[in-house]
Ligand binder design. Structure first.
Ligand code: S3P
Length: 179
């Protein structure tokens, strides 16, 4: 296993709605670090919403941009990085993340994810349908992606019954125990 304490970087991976962004913000505050959201950085860089990139250029163009930006974001230190849910699809990204820092996989059951995504105002612009949409898409893609998240992560946390504050506290504890 890569030594997760080599760089002061914690990367949060996991499906849409697992709480990566909220947890990144709270964890960064606890550690006195900065935090970044890869989707926000990507939209700022391209000047377009993710929905528009998918519609006008297609998913492959989005994934190319995601890979390119990930390399840059992984150079940060004293930083918590919330990644996009599909970042693990590319092997290059999985390797990049594991090399760069501690990788934490946030997961939750599909019903919980579906409820959270419907309530999140950013879903409309940031989360275009990837297959058929809805709960069926979440069930299908969490199943397909699970081995990829697992292969990439140093630590996994089920967030179904935990608040982002509790998740951030758990990661902080782990970090201090392993750094
Ligand atoms: C995606 C997840 C989104 C965003 C894009 C693609 C995915 O990020 O990167 O819509 O493939 O699961 P969040 O996980 O932050 O919603």
């Amino acid at each position: 296993m890569t030594d997760p304490s080599r760089q002061q970087l914690i990367c949060l991976i996991g499906y849409r709605g697992t709480g990566k962004t909220s947890t990144a913000r709270l964890l960064a505050t606890r550690l006195g670090w900065q935090w970044r959201d890869a989707d926000v950085e990507l939209e700022a860089f391209s000047g377009k919403s993710i929905r528009r990139i998918f519609a006008e250029e297609g998913e492959t163009a989005f994934r190319d941009l995601e890979e390119q930006l990930l390399r840059r974001l992984c150079e940060a230190s004293h930083c918590v990085l919330a990644t996009g849910g599909g970042v693990v699809l590319r092997e290059a990204n999985r390797e990049q993340l594991r090399r760069a820092g501690l990788v934490v996989w946030l997961k939750a059951d599909p019903g919980t994810l579906w409820d959270r995504l419907r309530q999140d105002a950013s879903t409309e612009e940031r989360r275009p349908a990837l297959t058929r949409g809805g709960l069926a898409e979440i069930e299908e893609l969490t199943r397909v992606r699970e081995p990829l998240y697992r292969a990439c992560a140093h630590l996994a946390i089920d967030t179904s019954e935990r608040s982002p504050e509790e998740v951030a506290a758990t990661i902080q504890q782990y970090w201090h125990g392993h750094a």
